[in-house]
Design a protein around this ligand. Structure first.
Ligand code: SF4
Ligand code: SF4
Length: 497
């Protein structure tokens, strides 16, 4: 394992070897960018990045499409020959030349065992969020087009049994209660949790529970359940009251912010409960820096901002201009993040922290973005299986039902379309840090899994990855270690690819 340190200048000490004769003639796959006031070059083949001086930066930037000797000659017209030779020697030593285009080994042909089940215990909700995809095309009936609200007990039990059977030899499993608003069906959550505990005893497996909630129904009974079954709670909240209430109101139009805060306080009373916050950045309601500051000050363990991209968000989708603005906001957040870590203040912006470790430590290359359709499966309230919650009700992705069983063959594309096999991704410099992006963003952008959402999600992902490298270069090594710890504690189960 190689730890990437901060490399502040490409210029090696005076007098180092400047010999370039016999060097390979072309530079390998590289990416140059500027962020947080630094010029950074990434060697895609080694996944190592370097904050460099202008000479090295421009040499790498200029080299593709020409041979190395020409690039050096051209650079010597702009910079001192000695500086160019020093930078060239440095880049050669760091294997920017001669390494072939990197691909990862072909995946094993089998399917992954199931490790995570999203159980939609209800499709009903007590809120009427402006961007809710569950409402899309269904008028005032926010049930994802379903005829019923709550999941029947027998559906839940069969779903758990099928999930358990699909988990093979895995010993650690995850179950996320999903909705609608899952706490509207707390009785079923309890039944399922008790049933799973009985199965734990029979099978020797361990299951971890979590719930994705709007936070408004965290009353004493819900809090007691969460504590009894050690349920991890992720709360959807969109930031300060004014911003939050713009999109997340009760069905009578009243803002839900105060209810969410009251629920979170109840959950935390007398305990150090770590609560991640999930935010939706939608058209007309985006201020990521303000949201991050506000939720960090409120004590949330992490802030995960999901952009409303593609169709299905009832007109609240981000426009191309919104994406431009988000890119600017991401840089402001990254600056604030560095300031916070330097000042010893806890800060966990998930979009950055996720990539901070990936870009700092050379490890297995990321070939998928999330576990959907591979380790992760979702079951709707009526008992239909889908790759994840965002595909519920999309018939072409249905993976069977609790009656007919899980159609595992339908999971193959989610395994086979890894970044080296996917058009668009296989040429992308960010592929082994990104993993290919959200399948649902691809589906809503192009109606299929093959092509990523180039105009929306890809632009955001690439900038987040660049910013993660820039943050790493701006932090000291002990700070970077702290961040790896934060990552391990707070990464959402469904994003563990
Ligand atoms: S940024 Fe886009 S093109 Fe690049 S790997 Fe990710 S999904 Fe694929
Ligand atoms: S990243 Fe997208 S496809 Fe993956 S689990 Fe999340 S919503 Fe589903």
């Amino acid at each position: 394992m190689t730890v990437r340190g901060k490399i502040s200048s490409a210029a090696p000490p005076a007098g180092e070897c400047t010999e370039t004769k016999g060097a390979p003639q072309h530079i390998g796959e590289a990416h140059c960018f500027e962020a947080l006031g630094q010029r950074i070059v990434l060697n895609v083949a080694t996944s190592l990045f370097y904050a460099v001086n202008n000479v090295a930066f421009e040499l790498v930037e200029d080299a593709p499409g020409t041979n190395w000797a020409n690039a050096l000659r051209r650079a010597k017209r702009r910079f001192r020959a000695r500086d160019v030779d020093d930078a060239a020697a440095y880049l050669e030593r760091e294997h920017f030349l001669g390494l072939p285009k990197k691909t990862s080994p072909p995946p094993s042909p089998g399917l992954r065992p199931l490790s995570t089940l999203e159980l939609c215990v209800t499709h009903a909700c007590n809120l009427a969020c402006r961007y809710c995809y569950g409402r899309n095309g269904h008028g005032d009936n926010p049930l994802y087009g379903s005829a019923i609200a709550h999941m029947p007990v027998e559906v839940a039990i069969k779903a758990v049994d099928l999930f358990w059977a699909g988990s093979g030899k895995l010993k650690e499993l995850n179950l996320t209660f999903f909705g609608g608003e899952p706490l509207l069906n707390l009785a079923l959550m309890r039944t399922v949790a008790e049933y799973c505990h009985a199965k734990e005893k029979d099978t020797g497996k361990k299951i971890h529970f979590s719930v994705a909630t709007n936070g408004t129904l965290l009353d004493d009974e819900a809090v007691a359940f969460v504590r009894e079954f050690k349920v991890g709670v992720q709360v959807s909240i969109d930031g300060p009251a004014e911003l939050h209430n713009r999109n997340r109101s009760f069905r009578d139009g009243t803002g839900s912010y105060d209810s969410v805060i009251a629920g979170v306080r109840r959950l935390r009373a007398g305990r150090k409960t770590r609560i991640p916050a999930r935010i939706t950045a939608a058209h007309g309601a985006m201020d990521n820096l303000e949201v991050f500051r506000h939720l960090t000050d409120l004590g949330f363990a992490s802030v995960h901002i999901e952009p409303a991209l593609g169709g299905g968000c009832n007109g609240a989708e981000l426009t191309a201009e919104d994406v431009d603005e988000l890119l600017r906001q991401e840089e402001a957040v990254a600056r604030y993040f560095v300031e916070s870590i330097h000042a010893g203040r806890y800060a966990n912006y998930h979009g950055l922290v996720r990539h901070l470790r990936d870009t700092r430590v050379v490890h297995d290359r990321r070939r998928h973005y999330c576990g959907a359709g591979r380790g992760l499966i979702c079951v709707s309230n009526e008992g239909g299986f889908y790759p994840c919650h965002r595909f519920v009700g999309v018939k072409e992705y249905c993976l069977g039902s609790v009656e007919t069983g899980i159609e595992h063959a339908g999971r193959h594309p989610f395994h086979a379309l890894h970044v080296d096999a996917r058009p668009g991704c296989r040429e992308c410099w960010a592929r082994y840090f990104c993993g290919g992006g959200c399948w649902n963003h691809a589906h809503t952008a192009h109606g299929g899994l093959e092509r990523p959402d180039e105009e929306g999600a890809c632009r955001l992902l690439r900038r987040q990855i660049e910013l993660a490298m820039a943050v790493n270069a701006a932090l000291d090594v002990p700070d970077q270690a702290v961040i790896s710890g934060i990552y391990d504690e707070t990464t959402l189960p469904h994003l563990k690819a």
